[in-house]
Design a protein around this ligand. Structure first.
Ligand code: PLP
Length: 400
């Protein structure tokens, strides 16, 4: 069959392998799933029921491409309160999760071969979305306080780029947060070098310690930041509901692209989520999530401290779903997972290689702590620790 060139890279993104690595007898630190036991199932069911009860004949009808206005108003009010923005519903487009925001932004900006800066490592689904537009990637390392701006400047002096993709809050996969200073400096660079910043923030509301800091969007002086949010991690991923904030001119073009892609996000879901937000406190639900996830995160950090060999390094993130493990240079975490960790120790994680556009870093791994019980975290990390100690005792060339 004669498939389009855009499928060539997308089909090797590694997304399938990531989800295949899970079966019932495996303790999986691989997924990026929220804890299903914490879904607000009853309240969401009540919201759907109430939406049907109140229906005047429009609930099952087409809505609009921009999306249900009362919900967009609530999202704007929430972002104004928490992020210090001054938005109205007109600044917001409802999307099918943040994922669609990634696709639509790439569709808006990229011609084949155009430059895109991505973080190294980054969200694998971001690469999967962008790959379809056949960009040229420039990879900039992520440090403990976010993007390495010195490396970024070197790229910008040499290459023209259309947009920079960043996950500044509890970065997927490293769990790091970009400092306020870097957020400000990044906007200045975008102004100076004329590019768009794609700020992807699905974990932003899941902070377990430390102070909330403003989004990159709060420092946007020239309308260059496209800011994505999502209900996936804070309510439920199956809603497939997120939002995109952009200036009116960009939003108009993006909305036209969305109309061509899927006409609109589900009106039924938007009405029900709006009802949920009217009758429930999202902040109270977030407190429940944060309390539970903080316990799990602490359990993982404690288990890693106890069981990891000295040569392994890990961080202690202040929020989100993930922490990042670094093994000695040359150690191949993908080979280790497929040949030893998964078949023998029955534990999985996400190896670093496919999380880098360059595929150049093989000695890292992403560990998820939200969708695993505290007990499994302890058992799984203990098993990971002994498998790693064994593997590291052998010459590294066995794994390189
Ligand atoms: C950084 C990041 N962006 C976007 C997404 C996609 O989320 P959604 O379910 O909102 O489409 C995810 C999901 O894991 C993510 O981690």
């Amino acid at each position: 069959m004669k498939l389009a060139n855009r499928t060539i890279k997308t089909s090797e993104s590694g997304l399938d392998a990531l989800f295949a690595a899970t079966s019932a007898d495996v303790i999986s630190f691989a997924g990026g799933y929220p804890d299903g036991q914490l879904f607000p199932t009853k309240a969401m069911q009540a919201a759907f029921n109430a939406s049907f009860a109140a229906d005047q004949g429009t609930l099952l009808q087409y809505g609009t491409t921009t999306g249900y206005t009362p919900l967009r108003q609530k999202i704007a009010a929430r972002l104004n309160r928490l992020d210090g923005l001054s938005l109205t519903a007109d600044d917001i487009l409802l999307t099918q999760g943040a994922q669609q925001g990634l696709d639509l932004t790439a569709r808006l900006l990229l011609n084949k071969g155009d430059g895109v800066v991505v973080e190294g490592p980054t969200y694998i689904g971001g690469l999967a979305a962008f790959d379809a537009y056949e960009p040229t990637y420039y990879e900039v390392p992520v440090q403990s306080d976010g993007l390495d701006l010195t490396s970024l400047k070197k790229v910008l002096l040499k290459h023209e780029i259309k947009f920079l993709y960043t996950i500044p809050d509890f970065h997927n996969p490293t769990g790091t947060v970009m400092s306020v200073e870097k957020r400000q400096a990044l906007v200045q660079l975008a102004n100076q070098f004329d590019f768009i910043i794609l700020e992807d923030a699905p974990y932003r509301d899941l902070r377990y310690s430390g102070e909330r800091i403003p989004p990159v969007k709060a420092f946007d002086t020239e309308g260059r930041v496209i800011y994505l949010g999502s209900f996936s991690k804070i309510l439920a991923p199956s809603l497939r509901l997120g939002w995109l904030v952009a200036t009116p001119a960009l939003l108009k073009a993006i909305t036209a692209l969305k109309a061509g892609a899927d006409v609109e996000s589900s009106h039924l879901v938007a009405v029900a989520v709006d009802d949920y937000l009217t009758h429930n406190s999202l902040d109270a639900h977030l407190d429940t999530l944060k309390t539970s996830y903080a316990v799990k995160k602490d359990a993982m950090v404690q288990a890693l401290t106890q069981y990891m060999p000295k040569a392994a390094h890990f961080n202690n993130p202040e929020g989100g779903f993930f922490l990042w493990l670094t093994l000695p240079e040359g150690f191949d975490t993908e080979k280790f997972m497929l040949e030893s960790l998964l078949p023998e120790a029955k534990v999985s994680f996400v190896p670093s290689k496919n999380l880098f556009a360059s595929k150049s870093v093989i000695n890292g791994a992403r560990l998820n702590f939200t969708n695993v019980s505290v007990e499994d975290i302890e058992h799984g990390v203990a098993a990971l620790g002994s498998a790693l100690s064994q593997a590291l005792a052998q010459p590294i060339s066995h794994h390189g």
